[in-house]
Design a protein around this ligand. Structure first.
Ligand SMILES: [Zn+2]
Length: 278
């Protein structure tokens, strides 16, 4: 009898270990094994779902849909992660918005014929007001340099950002939240989700973006196109967001530029416009 109680006691204690590990606060420097397991299963579920979403809708994933497909433990964990104040992870950027821009346009996929394996940009979205400046900037670059850049990533919804945050946490940041925050912002905190000052990640005609497999930021930094941007982008209202040693706490991202022009032209009278690339 005594032995039965003892065995039951040991079993209960063993069962409590994962529950306790689940309930403790996430360790910013290294998630514990239970949190790793939950984070991995979140990424697996979202990846499976993402593969069923048409490519042209992947940049605008809906965050409530993503959270809604998780079980109780996964959902509660994801919400806990997104409740962490980004400055606690060393990210000093500001909160932009969880709202969708009203003037998003869809930009067709581009096959980069000169890249080694014919990389593609995928369908992208970008606010019409800033797209005009981007288009003029590329026309000018083409004229003076004989080359241009493409949009590798434009507007990203909070849902897309949520997916990417967990994806990189599991796949490349080795479950270290502090490291992950240097590379990818929480939903609402990304310039890619800012309705007005939306960022673009550029990619060259040869498929160099500085962060794909086997590439480094220096690969993009060496491009003539990058030097051209440094000298000319401001004329078109585009600015480098994350230079080396920036105070925001984000890694050097020579490919990431945000639009920052005159927004006084906006009024609530603007009607939503979603349509083909003009
Ligand atoms: Zn970016």
């Amino acid at each position: 009898m005594k032995r039965t109680f003892l065995t039951a006691g040991v079993l209960i204690s063993l069962a409590l270990i994962p529950i306790t590990m689940y309930l403790v606060s996430p360790n910013y420097d290294s998630l514990n094994p239970v949190h790793r397991y939950v984070a991995t299963s979140i990424v697996d579920k979202w990846t499976q779902y993402e593969e069923t979403v048409p490519r042209f809708e992947r940049a605008t994933l809906d965050i409530d849909t993503l959270l809604g497909m998780l079980n109780f433990y996964e959902g509660a964990f994801a919400r806990r992660i997104f409740r962490i104040r980004p400055d606690e992870l060393g990210f000093m950027g500001k909160f932009y918005s969880l709202d969708k821009p009203t003037d998003l346009i869809k930009i067709d996929n581009v096959v980069l014929e000169k890249s080694p394996n014919h990389a593609e940009t995928g369908v992208q979205y970008y606010p019409r007001h800033a797209f005009k400046d981007y288009r003029e900037m590329m026309a000018s670059m083409q004229t003076t340099l004989g080359r241009r850049l493409y949009i590798d990533s434009g507007y990203r919804s909070p849902g897309r950002q949520a997916y990417l945050f967990f994806y990189y946490l599991v796949k490349t940041s080795d479950f270290v939240l502090m490291e992950n925050a240097r590379w990818i912002a929480m939903p609402g905190f990304s310039e890619h989700g800012s309705p007005l000052y939306t960022a673009i990640d550029f990619i060259s005609e040869e498929g160099i973006n500085g962060f794909s497999e086997k590439q480094t930021a220096e690969d993009f930094e060496k491009l003539e196109e990058y030097k051209w941007l440094q000298q000319n982008a401001a004329r078109f209202n585009f600015y480098l967001s994350y230079p080396r040693e920036n105070i925001i706490g984000v890694a050097f991202e020579p490919w990431h530029w945000h639009w920052e022009g005159d927004t006084s032209i906006f009024s609530s009278a603007n009607t939503p416009q979603i349509g083909p690339n003009p």
